[in-house]
Design a protein around this ligand. Structure first.
Ligand code: PMP
Length: 445
């Protein structure tokens, strides 16, 4: 197994040769919030799959729903007006779930990158249908992550995720993120920094010309960029600027929807109603590849009122609204609400965040601790706190390995250790993650 894993499987976001030099762990089992590797070693999955396994690995109602749907109707497309009963029920549940966010209709996809792609396409199409065909550009945040498809990659804020594939889509511009630990303004006060980033957004809009911009896309709490929660004034400020300039606001909620931030959606955390929200990941908790873009009435009304025929062509996937995915999503949503996982995310997230700050007091390598919004936390590692010099890859790798051997799988992303465990974990699991990290850091101290 290990040999085949190294030779015949390309691991995304890993060097093609890494798996030969240092075989990654092969996970063969999952139960509750724990995973078991090929050598029989069990650990708490502090990554939660990939920010998505909110309900853990043994959610019986989801398994039952998938099996029942496979027996009933394994597939039928929702292209050109046909439908299936599972996806209709899910649409109704999603409109109830997203009602406080002002989102009422679902466009189904097969995952997060698809959801981003669809939202950006719909944004351009929306303006075209309204007779504003000149609105084609997109704005986003440096450090933002929006998947791997061409439009999504073009709005990715991290240049490493763009430059190798260029030329990507023209007309995408990136605004400084409200990232207090490092920013071009050298500003350490989160509120003042948020105002500076908003001013930069206004400047960019003025420079490009408001009438050329289709949409601004942002994660309510930036995830893959290293867990960057903006100041509470930031997203409301973005909403106001977008409204004033006729620009759509797309919330990329691929990580943040369904309870991870301690509220049901990331946007709700900041009291903002976006025009569209991209979802995927926890919508099916990893049990099936699935996603949905949630749309506001404002968007739907424009498409419904179109008489030119333009509104009906464009995006859509063979697996849009897959009945098995829909059945999985219905069961996940029911469990998510029944267990009110957002409350546990808030409580356990606070415990984890406090514990990480205690680790920072103990280990010099921890330059910054970010979190405080549910179960999304990150440690940014530095070799020197004063100069904030990023730590070398080898040391992070050693910490990662030692933490795993002490009982917790964490995620390394550049100089960051990212924690996004299932939302159903207990206080004891959080203690296990913290003590494993303690051992991980002690191993290089
Ligand atoms: N948007 C965000 C905010 C994400 O974090 C991700 C994936 N980590 C994506 C989009 C892309 O999702 P997927 O990997 O399911 O295509």
């Amino acid at each position: 197994l290990k040999e085949n894993n190294a030779r015949h499987l390309w691991h995304p976001m890993a060097h093609p040769a890494d798996s030969l030099a240092n075989p990654p762990d092969i996970i063969v089992g999952g139960e509750g919030v724990e995973i078991t590797d090929v050598d029989g070693f069990r650990s708490v999955d502090a990554v939660g799959g990939l920010w998505n396994v909110n309900l853990g690995y043994s959610c019986q109602p989801v398994k039952d729903a998938i099996t029942a749907q496979l027996d009933k109707l394994p597939y039928y497309s929702i292209f050109r007006g046909t439908s299936n009963d599972a996806v209709i029920e899910l649409s109704w549940m999603l409109k109830e779930f997203f009602a406080p966010d002002g989102l009422s209709r679902a466009f189904f996809t097969s995952g997060g990158s698809d959801s981003v792609e669809v939202s950006l396409r719909l944004a351009r199409q929306y303006h075209k249908v309204r007779g504003e065909a000149g609105r084609t550009k997109f704005l986003s945040l440096k450090k933002g992550y929006h998947g791997t498809h061409t439009l999504g990659a073009s709005v990715n804020g991290n240049a490493n995720f763009r430059t190798q594939y260029e030329p990507l889509m023209a007309g995408c511009f990136h605004i400084p993120a409200p990232y207090t630990y490092r920013n071009p303004f050298n500003e350490t006060d989160p509120e003042r920094l948020a105002q500076m980033c908003l001013a930069a957004l206004e400047d960019e809009i003025a420079f490009q010309g408001a009438g050329t911009i289709a949409a601004f896309i942002m994660e309510p709490v930036l995830g893959a960029g290293g867990v960057i929660p903006p100041h509470e004034s930031f997203m409301p400020g973005v909403r106001e600027i977008c409204d004033r300039n006729g620009i759509l606001l797309i919330a990329d909620e691929v990580i943040t929807a369904f309870g991870r931030t301690g509220d049901w959606t990331g946007s709700r955390h900041w009291g903002v109603q976006p025009d569209m929200a991209c979802t995927a990941k926890a919508i099916t908790n990893g049990y099936f590849p699935f996603g949905a873009v949630m749309l506001s009435d404002k968007i739907v009304e424009v498409f419904e009122s179109d008489t030119s025929g333009k509104a009906s062509i464009g995006s859509g996937y063979t697996y849009s609204g897959h009945p098995v995915g829909a059945a999985a999503a219905i069961a996940c949503l029911k469990e998510t609400e029944r267990l009110s996982v957002k409350d546990n995310a808030a409580a356990r997230g606070a415990q984890l965040f406090d514990g990480l700050k205690a680790l920072q007091a103990k280990f010099e390598l921890i330059g910054d601790v970010r979190g405080g919004h549910g179960l999304m936390c990150a440690l940014e590692l530095v070799s020197d706190r004063a100069s904030k010099t990023a730590i070398d890859k080898k040391t992070v790798g050693r910490i990662h390995r030692a933490t795993y051997e002490a009982g917790a799988m964490v995620r390394v992303s550049g100089p960051n250790i990212i924690l996004s465990p299932p939302l159903v974990l207990t206080a004891a699991h959080v203690d296990t993650i913290l003590s494993a990290l303690d051992a991980g850091f002690a191993s290089v101290a």
